[in-house]
Design a protein around this ligand. Structure first.
Ligand code: 5GP
Ligand code: ZN
Length: 114
């Protein structure tokens, strides 16, 4: 997906501060952090959003969320917790159409979301 920002980060065309990478998952700092810890965890496979997850993607997403847990722990969020957010399409506030999990931590998060 040459016009997708996150695919271009995966391909190395756009720089990002990488936190973790393996053959199917990439994690990097959000460029506009909303908390002391704000990391995006993404599949390297271009899945547009939660509505387009396929039965064949369930293992990948399980591993992605487990990796998000590990990243939150290694970022100092194990004791007090974190927020794991997946926005979806326009009503969900999604701005980049490549599935991603926000890992937000290091401060108290309010609820409900805006
Ligand atoms: P969404 O609103 O789609 O849930 O989240 C997209 C996130 O991607 C935003 O928090 C935004 O700051 C981040 N973002 C967008 N473009 C880039 C980029 O080029 N580099 C990085 N590191 N983050 C980006
Ligand atoms: Zn993409």
């Amino acid at each position: 997906m040459s016009n997708c920002i996150f695919c271009r980060i995966i391909g190395g065309e756009i720089p990002a501060k990488k936190v973790y990478e393996d053959e199917e998952i990439l994690a990097f700092d959000d460029m506009n952090p909303q908390a002391p810890v704000h990391i995006l965890v993404i599949p390297k496979k271009h899945i547009r959003n939660m509505m387009e997850v396929d039965t064949g993607d369930t293992g990948l997403l399980g591993r992605l969320f487990f990796k998000a847990q590990e990243i939150a722990q290694s970022s100092g969020c194990a004791e007090k917790g974190a927020r794991f957010v997946v926005n979806c399409k326009s009503n969900g506030g999604q701005t980049v159409d490549h599935l991603h999990c926000h890992v937000l931590g290091g401060r108290f998060m309010t609820w409900p979301p805006g």
